[in-house]
Design a protein around this ligand. Structure first.
Ligand code: GDP
Length: 701
């Protein structure tokens, strides 16, 4: 079967939001409206549109799928099938504990709708997600939601986007009425009032702009037009001569500028009250890129080491990226992937070029809101899932075996929090091991480690909620119940200086001896870069076959830690000299020599402890401002900014995670229950000497 939708009619997008801004509600509306439009004319299948809607209402629409396919005919095309587009909606989680999921979805989507709460405007997490989107250069449109809520303000929210996220935001709409009087929106480009009628707001009614809003609308439109024409010389010339460019010409430039990340169109409405979501879908088609608008994907050919490109074309060799592994109750494991180039067929072999192993594609599916579709083929720009792949994990490249390429890697933050965990019954020990292993394969920010001394299991992740969810999934999906200890900070170790050291493991006591001998250099790397191993051995003073063993010994020593048993990060180790013995040298001996050299070199290079620092935002009534800031300072917090939001005060601070345990209870009692806060990981920082001493001594006990 040939491809059904030409690439220019495909959009691979995600919805990004601060928790509670309304991402779920908006996604549900998207799937609802797009489901309706797709089903029109297909009533002969026996399930009429209404039946289907009823069922979905009861069950709740499936929006937990990592990628859901839906279809949309722009409102202006009035139901003409020829204008139907395919939208692949990629799920992005709302909670910051799932940074990894936000990042990996950003890696595979081409554009995003960013949803804001119309009362709060930009919130701290919106900033974090926005910066991630900047990092991946994802084109965006914004949706200011919840304009029906008490305290909602389009102007406030729009200004917070301008001030805190980007000066390139342009208002495409203004609301008609606000809070309980919120009725609809004014489309500034077309100068029309738009209202949404019918049970689910599915009827879009265009009308004249109410007289009391006409002046504001004219001013806002003027601003919008100026921001567009200033990006294009031809339009600018026309405009300066006093002629207004056509709507089509304006939209064309706006599309180009949005895709280039130089303009960000802003829309508004209320998802809950079914107002405005269809116009956001129109905007997805109008302004967000199709795979054809994106630059080619780059990667490295593992055979030649050369950089190569893949274009979004069906006749190029197949290349894709696995971005989520999910356990599915019906079919087992699903590997969600995006296809960057070529075509993939059921029954064919693919190469996992990251792991260098081949697998056969048994079954492939495409997820829809209300069903899954078995497919024979998937094409460039598509998103789908492969059933039952064995050795593929998140971030792996899947390619045509004849044309291997490793696409750009996704980098993930280090976990910041750990807990000890043990199964409720001894019999579950093995089952727990399997469950944790499987879960860590799905999620690169979740780690499992054993404590060699006590035999206990330690799990680490991005926050308390993250670990709670893991424990809960273990119970629900694997039937293992566990006792969980108190959360602990996941400290790290690193070095501050350079040093060189020798590692010698030589035993000669009758029979065959042991001989491993290395010289290494260590030096610190920038925060967040991890570990780098450099093989600088010349003239075969250590034979090639033993070098991986040296690296392994070093890595194991890094994981064990030196100062207080926490893993060492952010350093480079260079192996530059050593010697070997014809008979006595072995991998084992070189591994030990590597580990000995590392311990000595790092001890000489001045070891320090690092701790996770959290970005904390506290919201309090003015009366409590002094108490709360004083308390944050006593927690080694650094106040970054203090602001006002209406009648309340907002404090932004950086505080060590170690000081934040139990903060919600403390804040509640400090503010008579009127303060609230949220926090997320920011970076690792050196622990002050006196605090470090206590931690190190505590670990030795
Ligand atoms: P998410 O956490 O971003 O997925 O947010 P949800 O979609 O779950 O919404 C959070 C809460 O806000 C829920 O109680 C929703 O019913 C409510 N909500 C979502 N959209 C709107 C809206 O447009 N207006 C109002 N008043 N409430 C909304």
């Amino acid at each position: 079967m040939p491809r059904q939708y030409p690439l220019e009619k495909v959009r691979d997008i995600g919805i990004i939001a601060h928790i509670d801004a309304g991402k779920t509600t908006t996604s549900e509306r998207v799937l609802f409206y797009t489901g309706v439009s797709h089903k029109i004319g297909e009533v002969h299948e026996g399930d009429t549109v209404m039946d289907w809607m009823e069922q979905e209402r009861e069950r709740g629409i499936t929006i937990t799928s990592a990628a859901t396919t839906c279809f949309w005919i722009p409102t202006s095309a009035k139901g003409d099938k020829a204008h139907e587009h395919r939208i692949n909606l990629i799920d992005t989680p709302g909670h910051i504990d799932f940074t990894v999921e936000v990042k990996r979805s950003l890696r595979v989507l081409d554009g995003a709708v960013v949803v804001f709460d119309g009362v709060a405007g930009v919130e701290p997490q919106s900033e974090t997600n926005w910066h991630y989107a900047d990092e991946y250069q994802v084109p965006r449109i914004c949706f200011i939601n919840k304009l029906d809520r008490m305290g909602a303000s389009f102007d406030f929210s729009f200004n917070s986007i301008l001030e805190r996220l980007t000066p390139n935001a342009v208002a495409m709409q203004i609301p008609i009425g606000s809070e309980s009087a919120f009725e609809g929106v004014i489309d500034l480009l077309n100068m029309k009032a738009i209202r949404f009628e019918g049970e689910h707001g599915e009827k879009i009614i265009e009308g004249e702009i109410p007289a009391d809003l006409l002046e504001t609308a004219k001013t806002k439109r003027h601003e919008l037009i100026e921001k567009i024409v200033e990006k294009d010389d031809a339009l600018m010339a026309e405009y300066l001569e006093g002629r207004e460019p056509s709507i089509d010409a304006l939209k064309k430039v706006l599309r180009k500028e949005t895709i280039a990340n130089r303009l960000v169109p802003v829309f508004c409405g209320s998802a809950l009250q079914n107002k405005g979501v269809q116009l956001v879908l129109d905007a997805v088609i109008d302004y967000l890129p199709s795979p054809l608008d994106m630059p080619p994907t780059k990667g490295v050919n593992p055979e030649t080491g050369n950089e190569e490109e893949r274009h979004p074309k069906d006749d190029e060799p197949f290349a894709g990226l696995a971005f989520k592994i999910a356990a599915d109750p019906f079919v087992g494991s699903l590997t969600y992937f995006r296809i960057y180039s070529g075509v993939i067929k059921r029954g064919s072999y693919i190469l996992n070029s990251t792991k260098n192993n081949q697998e056969r594609i048994g079954r492939m599916v495409r997820m829809h809101a209300n069903h899954r579709e078995e497919v024979e083929e998937l094409y460039a720009g598509d998103l789908g899932a492969i059933v039952g792949l064995k050795n593929t994990t998140t971030g792996d490249s899947l390619t045509n075996p004849e044309h291997p390429i490793i696409l750009e890697k996704i980098t993930f933050p280090e976990p910041v929090i750990s807990v000890r965990i043990e199964p409720k019954t001894k019999a579950d020990q093995e089952k727990m091991g399997i469950a944790l292993h499987r879960l860590s394969e799905e999620d690169p920010t979740f780690r499992v480690a054993g404590d060699e001394e006590t035999g206990e299991t330690i799990i680490s992740g991005m926050g308390e909620l993250h670990l709670e969810i893991i424990v809960d999934r273990m119970k629900r999906e694997f039937n293992v119940e566990a006792n969980v200890g108190r959360p602990q900070v996941a400290y790290k170790e690193t070095i501050k200086g350079k040093a060189e050291a020798e590692g010698k493991y030589i035993r000669q006591s009758g029979g065959r001896g042991q001989y491993g001998h290395v010289w290494i250099n260590v030096e610190p790397l920038e925060r967040g870069t991890g570990f780098e191993f450099v093989d600088a051995i010349k003239g075969g003073v250590i034979p090639q076959e033993f070098i991986p063993a040296v690296e392994k010994g070093i890595r194991e020593a890094l994981d064990r830690g030196i100062l207080a048993g926490y893993p060492l990060i952010d350093l480079k180790v260079e192996l530059f000299d050593g010697s070997y013995h014809e008979v006595d040298s072995s991998e084992f001996a070189f591994k030990i020599a590597g580990s000995m050299a590392l311990q000595e070199a790092c001890t000489k290079a001045k070891l320090v402890l690092l701790e996770p620092i959290m970005k904390v935002q506290v919201i309090v009534p003015p009366d409590f401002l002094g108490d709360v800031t004083g308390d944050l300072s006593s927690k080694r917090g650094k106040i970054k900014a203090m602001g006002e939001r209406g009648t309340i005060r907002v404090i932004d601070a950086n505080v060590p995670l170690a000081e934040m345990f139990g903060y919600s209870t403390a804040l509640r009692s400090m503010t008579q229950g009127r303060g609230s806060f949220n926090m997320e990981f920011s970076h690792y920082e050196e622990v002050p000497q006196n605090v470090a001493q206590t931690i190190i001594e505590g670990r030795k006990k």
